[in-house]
Design a protein around this ligand. Sequence first.
Ligand code: NAG
Ligand code: NAG
Ligand code: NAG
Ligand code: NAG
Ligand code: NAG
Ligand code: NAG
Ligand code: NAG
Ligand code: NAG
Ligand code: NAG
Ligand code: NAG
Ligand code: NAG
Ligand code: NAG
Length: 459
Amino acid sequence: MAKVIPLLLFFLFFFSLATALSSDGEALLSLLSAASPSAKSSSSVLSSWNPSLQTPCSWHGIECSPQNRVISLSLPNTFLNLSSIPPALSSLSSLQLLNLSSTNISGTIPPPFGQLTNLRLLDLSSNSLSGPIPKELSQLSALQFLCLNFNRLSGQIPPQLANLTSLQVLWLQDNLLNGSIPSQLGSLVSLQQLRVGGNPNLTGEIPSQLGLLTNLTIFGAADTRVSGVIPPTFGNLSNLHTLALYYTEVSGSIPPEIGSCLELRNLYLPMNKLTGSIPPQLGKLQKLTSLLLWGNELSGQIPAELSNCSALVELDLSSNNFTGEIPSEIGYLTSLTIILDLSCNSFTGELPGSFSSLTELQSLDLSHNKLCGRIKVLSSLTSLTTLNISYNNFSGPIPVTPFFVTISTNSYLENPNLCQSIDGFTCSSRATRKKGLKSAALISIILASSVIFVSNIKG
Ligand SMILES: *[C@@H]1O[C@H](CO)[C@@H](O)[C@H](O)[C@H]1NC(C)=O
Ligand SMILES: *[C@@H]1O[C@H](CO)[C@@H](O)[C@H](O)[C@H]1NC(C)=O
Ligand SMILES: *[C@@H]1O[C@H](CO)[C@@H](O)[C@H](O)[C@H]1NC(C)=O
Ligand SMILES: *[C@@H]1O[C@H](CO)[C@@H](O)[C@H](O)[C@H]1NC(C)=O
Ligand SMILES: *[C@@H]1O[C@H](CO)[C@@H](O)[C@H](O)[C@H]1NC(C)=O
Ligand SMILES: *[C@@H]1O[C@H](CO)[C@@H](O)[C@H](O)[C@H]1NC(C)=O
Ligand SMILES: *[C@@H]1O[C@H](CO)[C@@H](O)[C@H](O)[C@H]1NC(C)=O
Ligand SMILES: *[C@@H]1O[C@H](CO)[C@@H](O)[C@H](O)[C@H]1NC(C)=O
Ligand SMILES: *[C@@H]1O[C@H](CO)[C@@H](O)[C@H](O)[C@H]1NC(C)=O
Ligand SMILES: *[C@@H]1O[C@H](CO)[C@@H](O)[C@H](O)[C@H]1NC(C)=O
Ligand SMILES: *[C@@H]1O[C@H](CO)[C@@H](O)[C@H](O)[C@H]1NC(C)=O
Ligand SMILES: *[C@@H]1O[C@H](CO)[C@@H](O)[C@H](O)[C@H]1NC(C)=O
């Protein structure tokens, strides 16, 4: 027995020399031991993590360099159920890619992650991480993608992130961040996507310095409390595809400079406090597909130039303070397919005849305006599936197209001078007679009362 123990020790020593797991492997095992037992047993992914191998390079979700150093740890959508991220992962000093998106991690982001200086991609999105964004992350000078969206991160956006000069994607949306958007982020010249929306306590003005981010394609700050104006410097964002700034406190007018964002597809500005009129310069936006401005305090007329936005499929100007006639040029927007919503404004006058060209339009809402005249032109809109012209002063017969005969009266409430029709050109005899009788009665009452009135004066 006395002889067996040294022998055993020798074998153990030999065994460990031959198959000792590399230090990268050991660091990864910290992730395995932190994972809840049920996660380990339920995940076929983690069962491939065999600690008796020499390197972790064959484990699921792991990639190594030719030197057998771990360069990628990617287990997105794997149920790990970690109550915290093991700080030991920060010893994976060759790591370039870390994707633990949707892995059910809670706890905080370990500040030692700032030591992973080869990291190009850090995706911890869609977890339950809380606490601050460690300013140490600003040491990750190779970082191109930083995705921390959809967590419960709080505190401010560290201005030091401005050090991440290789950053192309910065997703911080849907957290509990507060403070304001650091103006220093204007130095992230490689940035293509900056999303900070869905942080209800994010306040302050949008830094004008963001106009320096000429490679930016997406800027999102919806569902925040950012205030002040839309910076006119945004006119320099010549690659911008999407400006998503709705449900905020942004005020002032829409800067005419936005008309210089020639790549703009989506201009989403609903539910702000925007005033002034629509700048005619928006007519330069040949690629614009969605212009959503509802729920502001915009006024004035629709600029005819808007009809130059020949790619527009969606135009929603509802619930503003627009006035004047609907410009006939709007009918030239034959690309409009999804919706034209001008409801809840103060538009006056008749529908332009050019509306007959909107043959691809599926939804039209003109309700709650002061529009008048006949609606015959709407019978040309053969793609309509929903229509609302309620609360106006339209008159004449309701067309008898297949669409119009199926819609409910809810589509044209409170237009006292509209009438049912059999041929679509004249009011049907019964309706006319009814109406005629009504008007005749009304006229005689008016006549009678004025006679009384006049005779009273005379008397
Ligand atoms: C996930 O972890 C929490 C504690 O952190 C535990 O209460 C829960 O049961 C775990 N869920 C599963 C499915 O293992
Ligand atoms: C992380 O992985 C998910 C799932 O494959 C993927 O959708 C996501 O784009 C990855 N993150 C980054 C930043 O590439
Ligand atoms: C994480 O897992 C726990 C326990 O299963 C669950 O209650 C919680 O909703 C999950 N969180 C996320 C973000 O999936
Ligand atoms: C930012 O970068 C500068 C120099 O590039 C460096 O001196 C500073 O320490 C960095 N800050 C952080 C927080 O990493
Ligand atoms: C931001 O939130 C943190 C904690 O979540 C709090 O300590 C801090 O006072 C808040 N700052 C502001 C400016 O609201
Ligand atoms: C901006 O994008 C262009 C084209 O993708 C690229 O060539 C250029 O290097 C980028 N600029 C910066 C500062 O990253
Ligand atoms: C936002 O700030 C208010 C006080 O300013 C606080 O009561 C609230 O809890 C904060 N909300 C979040 C989501 O942090
Ligand atoms: C755009 O950038 C140029 C210099 O690069 C500057 O002179 C100009 O004022 C900027 N325009 C706007 C609208 O910010
Ligand atoms: C719109 O197009 C017309 C020609 O169709 C042109 O005269 C006008 O300058 C354009 N307006 C804008 C703002 O681009
Ligand atoms: C809308 O315009 C009317 C009159 O033109 C004005 O009384 C009202 O205050 C305006 N409302 C807003 C929100 O600007
Ligand atoms: C509604 O239109 C009729 C003509 O069809 C006109 O006589 C009447 O004054 C208009 N009413 C309002 C409130 O504008
Ligand atoms: C049209 O708008 C009115 C007023 O907002 C509403 O009562 C009615 O239900 C709407 N009709 C349809 C078909 O949506």
